[in-house]
Design a protein around this ligand. Structure first.
Ligand code: IPE
Ligand code: IPE
Ligand code: MG
Length: 238
């Protein structure tokens, strides 16, 4: 793997509401328009042979929005999977859901499960949809499970290390994030993959998510390729 190319890209898809408001449209129209950005980004990652892409679509804090907007987002996740499953399959995309199942309606969970099953054999790109996801909650639940496993004797105290905690995350197979992109101009994590972003390179993009296209991704990748990642060590000698 070329180290100038990120193995795992995470995207905080932000700015949908502002995109719609700027056009005098209801906020949900911004979410609807974001589907085109998702599809272009997925195709572009496949084309560039990037193996992991994780999209932040709904946070555990987003339940605090007006019920009509929450309902729209929850239903849209199901509709996009339904509408795009064939295309994902033909692109070689494997789908995963990341986050809490609790709180999501059965038909939405059923579509996340079906999409994962139907694409399980694909290997070009793993597309993870973080939906009803919170980074603190993920770490907290892993700690809780480790404590339970210790109490029941399934985990020995000596074996409790970072790897043991990580193996209790929602998706232990997800690698660390190399490149974190946030659209919409804000410069914050908003509880996205706190553990996995420990050494991520950040790229903040002013474009609102519905306007995000291949050239924006290209700019992020070009910027990433110029970064020197040191992971706390020092630059190797000549
Ligand atoms: C991102 O766009 C989508 C979600 C958070 C679900 P927003 O809806 O947050 O858009 P802004 O930030 O209000 O413009
Ligand atoms: C982050 O965006 C969550 C998603 C993109 C799903 P928000 O719009 O919810 O984040 P804040 O409220 O600006 O921090
Ligand atoms: Mg926002």
């Amino acid at each position: 793997m070329d180290e100038n190319v990120p193995g795992h890209i995470g995207i905080i898809m932000d700015g949908n509401g502002r995109w719609a408001e700027a056009r005098g449209l209801p906020r949900v129209e911004g979410h609807r328009a974001g589907e085109a950005s998702i599809m272009e980004t997925v195709r572009e990652c496949v084309r560039r042979r990037i193996p992991w892409l994780t999209l932040f679509a709904f946070s555990t804090e987003n339940w605090g929005r007006p019920p009509e907007e929450v309902d729209f987002l929850v239903n849209m996740s199901r509709d996009v999977l339904q509408r795009r499953l064939e295309e994902f399959n033909s692109l070689g995309v494997r789908l995963l859901h990341l986050g809490l199942r609790e709180g999501l309606p059965d038909d939405v969970l059923a579509w996340f499960d079906l999409a994962a099953e139907a694409t399980a054999g694909n290997a070009a790109l793993t597309l993870t949809i973080a939906f009803n996801y919170g980074g603190r909650r993920e770490i907290f639940e892993a700690a809780l499970r480790a404590a339970e496993d210790m109490a029941s004797g399934k985990l020995r105290e000596d074996d409790l290390d970072e790897a043991a905690l990580r193996s209790r995350f929602y998706r232990p197979e997800l690698p660390d994030i190399d490149l974190l992109i946030r659209t919409g101009g804000e410069r914050r994590l908003s509880n996205f993959m706190l553990w996995h972003c420990a050494y991520a390179e950040f790229f903040f993009c002013d474009a609102l998510w519905p306007d995000f296209r291949a050239p924006h991704l290209e700019e992020a990748l070009r910027d990433y390729a110029r970064r020197e990642r040191r992971f706390g060590a020092i630059r190797p000698g000549p």
